[in-house]
Write a new protein. Structure first.
Length: 360
């Protein structure tokens, strides 16, 4: 065993062939212990290791045409396979819905264009009126150049000559002044005469300083129209054809004057009716709430009207013919204000709430 080494660990063997290092009995058949042997054993340490690679011959095959692969819903197309075109077939109902949708879009576009054309014609006219200082835009736009275009009758040319000096207030044609063709003379460029005639479709807001002219020399006041004066000094109304024979209304049944301070209610603190307001102390706002009569809306506000009375105000110290129905509340907003209520001379009727239903 001299010179041999252990086939397992390479250690020295004793005289019996047993490895002194790992204890392997090297006397057995070597083919059972070729654990650490290789083709490089017994070669010098400086030899170059070479491995022989076995090469398989390449088999030449003829290319075969690709077979179509059936796809299942869960599988995609086979790699390299030609992508089939997707064909969608619409049902008759779907085609009808599609056509209807297109028609709706076309109709909307056409209507939009027509609306824009209409606005393009109307809006510039409204802005022109605003630029010209016309504050009465409540009438018919089509008749803006002629406020009397819709009248249904003419006022008789024959009548009486008359002249009236009117303070600020509300006047009913046929009750306080007769029907007729009037000319108004104001002391200030901004003293206002406005006319609201619902039967004859007349709406005027006139003052001397109005740009573009005014109708102060051509006031056609028909029976039942409401004329409101807002002026510091009295306005003079003159006519040559006053229809005094058509006057209506009645004398005011009230005779007692009332002093108002703070907050007071018609029917509780004073009698309901038609009064002339005159501020006798201070200057400031007077607010009046017109309440619903008894019924479904009892206790709720129907209308609210404000007046600003006093020295050097646009309305002056007096406002004539103010209607105060049952439960109307007067508020003197500023402290130190005192108002004298004097019964007006003539009234339309004693149904005081109907005045607000007719003119507001």
């Amino acid at each position: 065993m001299f010179g041999k080494r252990c086939t397992l660990c390479g250690g020295k063997l004793d005289s019996h062939g047993v490895c002194k290092e790992c204890g392997l009995d090297n006397n057995k058949n070597d083919k059972n212990y070729r654990v650490n042997q290789s083709s490089c054993d017994n070669q010098p340490l400086t030899h170059v290791h070479e491995e022989k690679h076995r090469t398989e011959p390449v088999r030449q095959t003829r290319p075969q045409p690709a077979r179509p692969v059936q796809q299942t819903p869960a599988q995609g197309p086979a790699p390299g396979a030609r992508q089939p075109q997707k064909v969608t077939r619409r049902t008759r109902a779907e085609r009808v819905r599609r056509k209807r949708g297109c028609m709706i879009v076309i109709i909307v576009i056409v209507l939009g264009i027509a609306l824009l054309n209409t606005l393009g014609e109307v809006i510039p006219g409204i802005f022109d009126r605003l630029e010209n200082g016309d504050e009465n835009l409540s009438g018919s736009y089509l008749n803006e150049e002629d406020p009397y275009a819709n009248v249904t009758r003419e006022i008789p040319a024959e009548g009486e000559e008359a002249q009236y000096e009117l303070d600020s207030g509300t006047y009913i044609v046929g009750v306080h002044i007769p029907e007729g063709l009037y000319q108004a003379e104001t002391a200030d460029d901004f003293d206002v005469v406005s006319v609201h005639d619902y039967d004859e479709d007349i709406y005027l807001y006139e003052y001397k300083g109005k740009e573009g002219g005014n109708y102060l020399d051509d006031l056609r006041l028909y029976q039942g129209a409401e004329v409101e004066i807002d002026t510091e000094s009295p306005v003079t109304l003159s006519t040559d054809n006053a229809q005094t024979n058509t006057m209506k209304g009645e004398d005011n049944p009230l005779t007692e004057e009332v002093i108002i301070t703070g907050e007071q209610t018609a029917g509780t603190d004073f009698e309901p009716g038609v009064y002339d307001f005159e501020i006798t102390q201070g200057t400031g706002e007077i607010r009046v709430q017109i309440m619903y009569p008894d019924g479904e809306y009892q206790g709720e506000i129907y209308r609210e009207v404000s007046l600003y009375l006093g020295e050097d105000t646009s309305t002056g110290k007096i406002y004539r013919n103010f209607v105060l129905p049952e439960k109307a509340v007067i508020y003197c907003e500023d402290s130190g204000i005192e108002i004298l209520l004097t019964p007006s001379e003539r009234i339309q009727s004693q149904d005081y709430f109907s005045f607000y239903e007719s003119y507001y």
